[in-house]
Design a protein around this ligand. Structure first.
Ligand SMILES: Nc1nc(=O)c2ncn([C@@H]3O[C@H](COP(=O)(O)OP(=O)(O)O[C@H]4O[C@H](CO)[C@@H](O)[C@H](O)[C@H]4O)[C@@H](O)[C@H]3O)c2[nH]1
Ligand SMILES: [Mg+2]
Length: 196
């Protein structure tokens, strides 16, 4: 499978001391859950024998918490410019390219796609919010912008009932190591709860 590379952005709102994430419906996640609840539907050899799932699931099981991200499909834009465009489209903040800090890049899908994702960090303020965000409706996007207060971030990270990407978990850890130590003591984040 050939896919585009992508960018993702860990966004931290310094006005309200919260991370800004997106929530969106992912068909692939929904189908995995549907199969987990209705394995017989997916075991048929002939699609004509396909039966209707007995256990229909609400669309909410396909909704995941994610970093703001986008595919790199405009060769005229740099990775950082692409990231700023995604921040504005999805989350509504107008961030100058110079404000972005590159964290690193990695392979986002080693099993199927092999594509590379570059992760940036962006600090935003309420005054930079110029749009409601939500993604491009004309491209079928339906995105909810959500804020995770800094003090809740690590419990959120390890709450398996809240489906999320690895990028979110890594981003919060990176913040803990690289940004939190520079914050005033009174707003320091809770430490990660050790896994039993
Ligand atoms: N968002 C996100 N957070 C992560 O933490 C995260 N971690 C990995 N990834 C991967 O990054 C790639 C790009 O992300 P998006 O799917 O958000 O890319 P967009 O350009 O915003 O949107 C496109 O896909 C939409 C939905 O399919 C359409 O509606 C659009 O028309 C279309 O342009 C995907 O491979 C995703 O797996 C994350 N993606
Ligand atoms: Mg996106």
């Amino acid at each position: 499978m050939r896919t585009h590379d992508s960018v993702s952005i860990l966004i931290f709102n310094i006005t309200r001391q919260c991370f800004v994430l997106v929530k969106q419906f992912r068909p692939a996640v929904y189908m995995c859950e549907l199969e987990r609840h209705n394995p017989e539907v997916f075991q048929v050899k002939d699609m004509n024998d396909c039966c209707y799932p007995r256990d229909l699931l609400p669309a909410s099981v396909g909704v995941t918490y994610e970093l703001c991200a986008g595919i790199v499909d405009n060769p005229e834009l740099s990775l950082a410019e692409t990231a700023c465009k995604e921040i504005l489209e999805e989350c509504g903040y107008n961030v100058p390219v110079a404000n972005l800090r590159k964290i690193s890049s990695y392979r986002s899908g080693v099993g199927v796609t092999g594509s590379k994702q570059t992760l940036f960090y962006a600090e935003v303020k309420d005054s930079m919010k110029t749009d409601i965000g939500g993604g491009k409706a004309e491209e079928g996007e339906l995105i909810e912008v959500v804020e995770i207060p800094l003090e809740d971030a690590f419990n959120f990270s390890f709450d398996e009932n809240l489906p999320k990407t690895m990028g979110v978990m890594f981003g919060f850890m990176w913040f803990q190591n690289n940004v939190a130590p520079l914050l005033p003591q009174k707003i320091k984040t809770n430490k990660i709860t050790p896994i039993p």
